[in-house]
Design a protein around this ligand. Structure first.
Ligand SMILES: [Zn+2]
Length: 440
């Protein structure tokens, strides 16, 4: 039996986006869980977070950590970058690397990206991430500084790829189930959460999508799919033409027999509604009728907005306020370093706060915490209430004096000084700790 250590901490402020900000609170943690969050009116405590602000650990709903070591996004140039062009450069770079380098060296590079990416996310206050993973994703990093929901990426437009990919998907889900059962909750692999990611309409055969949705329901795991990301994607679906078709043809990755003409994102939402839970990644070009459908099914379907990535590709404003007003559950993701300058989740939040003043702060915080946990199908995370996993961030500033509890959303003087993951507190300023089994 593992020891269930109990400790307490006092903080100046607690914010969860669910209730008004609370002044002077005491948190009680036992083992991996919060057992009480209560007003502090004197008495004992083990740790003092001073005038710091405690918020739930951030839940980053979408990234691809394999690009975690990139120093600048693919196709660096003035924005906006045409999506099909960005994809062309990404595929060309991947294919060139596959020809020039050994599979082991590529795998090592991706693993290093994942390790660096998890560390960067943790330093910005993330405790849970929805990661899109290639088949050789390094499971050893599950013991890292951020808990991970590993969405296995499924790429196959031709009918011939459907059965092998569904077999791979099943193996992925079974591996997670076996690892969790074997650990009995005592080791980090207990947090081996699995999901499936049929990549996008232009890379996924409809039978593959239907099969993945069936597996999602059967295993009660979420699905994440890139959808309505670019105008080029909509044109491809509508008329089998346009820049995206040209790019895919160039790499022999276009199969017009796989998709009937005249499809729309709404058709995909209909297919995705059959999954247990769905994350619609991007959703930049959904219609108001689509918002209605997503709002109706908001307990099971969410949209992941990746703010700085959207601004890189799309010159028009993201319809965030419109979606929220319609009742859509919108959550946040950093996406990857192939499209974003960094993986700083707090920077992503501040970016939205400064550009969308019409979205109230409590809603924004929930998009980054409670709502994102619900979107990923996780019931024991995302809020600061007794019984939840003890995942939280302590934001602190040297400024001192009285402050508005939301000031950290505006001022970079506030940093996520400590992050608590499953009851274990870690300073973000300590030297980087690599998890066992990962290259240094
Ligand atoms: Zn993505």
């Amino acid at each position: 039996m593992s020891e269930r250590r109990l400790w307490t901490a006092r903080a100046g402020w607690l914010l969860d986006g669910l209730a008004p900000p609370r002044r002077n609170v005491r948190l009680v943690v036992e083992g991996t869980r919060l057992v009480a969050v209560e007003p502090f009116d004197g008495g004992q405590f083990d740790l003092d977070f001073g005038d710091g602000v405690v918020v739930p650990g951030f839940v980053n709903a979408h990234t691809h950590l394999e690009f975690g070591a990139l120093t600048e996004p693919t196709s660096p140039r003035d924005t906006p970058v045409p999506f099909a062009e960005w994809l062309r450069e990404l595929i060309a770079a991947r294919r060139a690397a596959a020809l020039e380098r050994s599979p082991e060296s590529l795998r090592d590079e991706r693993r290093t990206g994942v390790v660096l990416g998890l560390d960067e996310l943790s330093r910005s206050g993330v405790t849970m991430v929805g990661e899109i993973a290639r088949p050789d994703w390094p499971e050893a990093t599950l013991a890292g500084p951020v808990d991970t929901l590993v969405f296995l990426e499924l790429l196959g437009l031709s009918r011939a790829r459907v059965e092998p990919l569904l077999a791979m998907a099943k193996a992925h889900l079974n591996r997670a189930a076996v690892a969790n059962e074997a650990s009995g909750g005592a080791v980090p692999f207990a947090d081996w959460q699995a999901g499936l990611s049929p990549h996008a309409p232009y890379t996924v055969h409809p039978d593959l999508l239907a099969g993945a949705c069936r597996l999602s329901l059967e295993h009660q795991v979420p699905i994440a799919m890139h959808l309505a990301e670019s105008w080029d994607e909509l044109e491809l679906l509508r008329s089998h033409s346009g820049a995206l078709v040209e790019t895919l043809r160039e790499f022999d990755a276009w199969d017009p027999s796989a998709l009937p003409r005249g499809l729309t994102p709404s058709d995909y939402l209909q297919a995705l509604a059959k999954a247990w839970k769905t994350l619609v990644v991007h959703g930049n070009f959904l219609s108001s009728a689509d918002y209605g459908r997503l709002a109706e099914d908001r307990e099971r379907m969410s949209v992941v907005y990746c703010p700085r990535t959207h601004s890189r590709f799309v010159p028009t404003r993201y319809p965030l306020a419109e979606m929220l007003a319609a009742g859509v559950r919108v959550v946040l993701g950093t996406d990857s370093r192939a499209t974003n300058p960094d993986l700083d989740f707090l920077a992503e939040l501040r970016w939205v706060a400064s550009r969308y003043p019409e979205v109230d702060r409590a809603t924004l915080l929930r998009m980054a915490t409670t709502d994102a946990a619900i979107a990923l199908g996780l019931t024991n995370r995302g809020a600061l209430i007794a019984g939840q996993r003890a995942d939280f961030v302590v934001l602190q500033s040297d400024a001192g004096g009285d402050h508005n509890p939301w000031e950290w959303l505006e001022s970079v003087a506030w940093i996520p000084a400590s992050v608590c993951l499953g009851g274990v507190l870690r300073s973000t300023t300590e030297k980087k700790q690599l998890p066992a089994g990962c290259p240094g």
